[in-house]
Design a protein around this ligand. Structure first.
Ligand code: PIT
Length: 336
């Protein structure tokens, strides 16, 4: 059985990534320096491949993005600019970047353990409040650093929390594709994110801030502990309506086994007014993060939640591939 190590929950040593001062290289073909290997993921952001640096043999990840419009390239430039400031062990690291006109490529640290939620639903993983706190603490540490650099992530959700290895408990936050530098004296509104995880001020197109990320941390924590999604409606419109009124509860019977400290932690994040929410630093001082509760939580709903997301993702991938004119054949290695 694999579970959180009692004395050393996240390991004393963080193998440090070779931090580099990255400048976007223009007119250089990344394929001369790196071998692209298997696909790791695909999304609105482009496609992420495993890759290998020829000169060093280093294993990395490469995000390849089609940039036909000026706006597309500006988005990648902004992401690289933001990531240059984010040297921290809880955050995916930047290694190299290329601009080849119609295609841009961002070379990143390789994170091999897969999505956090996939890992915790494995039958070999015993989910307890204590193990949840080990993950939530690391998310807060990562976000605390991001916020200290005056940056907002703006797309925190379970699929953007990856495990470093298949068996360890260290996680890293990925995908700074929507991240923004934040100047509290300037007006900043955004119209994106995932309805299930976005804060009321995003849905209302109001001023956003550090608290906007903290709301998402609260939603992630709610789902991790219960397998239920606090604002999920039948449609995105219904979900956003629930978010704007910040209406949620702990009424379901799964919450009978959840401690009052855990509910207090969530309650102090899922507050309608962003100014009222705990900051990442305050979260790190919250009583719940010291929890020693080792009662195994019921993972039935979390499994159902993750499996449903897998199907939705597969359907969107099929739609996207069809649009690209791909001829699909069923391959059992990709079985859901
Ligand atoms: C890895 C391993 C893996 C996925 C990723 C990285 C994905 C990273 C990523 C980075 C972005 C983005 C979307 C995804 O917009 O399985 O090392 O900047």
């Amino acid at each position: 059985m694999i579970h959180v190590d009692e004395d050393d929950p996240i390991g004393e040593v963080d193998p440090s990534f070779p931090y580099r001062d990255v400048q976007i290289r223009r007119g250089v073909d990344m394929k001369e320096l790196y071998d692209l290997q298997s696909e790791l993921g695909r999304g609105k952001f482009g496609t992420v491949y495993r890759c290998r640096e020829r000169a060093t043999g280093l294993q990395l990840a490469a995000k390849v993005v089609a940039t036909p419009r000026r706006e597309d390239r500006r988005n990648v430039e902004r992401e690289v600019d933001v990531m240059r400031q984010l040297r921290h062990p809880r955050l995916i690291q930047l290694y190299d970047a290329f601009d080849n006109g119609k295609v841009m490529c961002v070379v990143l640290e390789l994170i091999e353990g897969g999505e956090l939620f996939e890992r915790v639903i494995d039958d070999d993983f015993i989910l307890t409040e204590k193990s949840c706190t080990v993950f939530m603490r690391q998310i807060c540490e990562g976000i605390e650093f991001v916020h200290k650099q005056n940056i907002l992530h703006l797309d925190l959700k379970p699929e953007n929390i990856l495990c470093l290895t298949k068996t360890g408990n260290r996680i890293k936050i990925i995908d700074f594709g929507l991240a923004r530098k934040f100047d509290p004296t300037k007006k900043l509104q955004v119209l994106f994110g995932t309805p299930e995880f976005v804060a009321p001020e995003v849905v209302n197109f109001d001023q956003i801030g550090f608290g906007t990320d903290m709301w998402s941390v609260g939603v992630i924590c709610y789902v991790l502990l219960s397998g239920l999604s606090p604002f999920m409606g039948e449609t995105d419109i219904e979900t956003m309506a629930n978010v704007t009124i910040a209406k949620y509860d702990f009424d379901d019977e799964v919450f009978n086994e959840i401690s009052t400290e855990a509910k207090d932690f969530i309650q102090k994040l899922l507050i309608k007014e962003k100014e009222g929410r705990l900051t990442a630093t305050q979260c790190l001082g919250h009583e719940w993060l010291k929890s020693q509760a080792t009662v195994a939580l019921d993972k039935t709903r979390l499994k159902r939640y993750v499996i449903k997301k897998r199907w939705i993702k597969a359907v969107y991938t099929i739609i996207a591939l069809r649009r690209m004119g791909a001829k699909l054949e069923w391959d059992d290695t990709n079985a859901l």
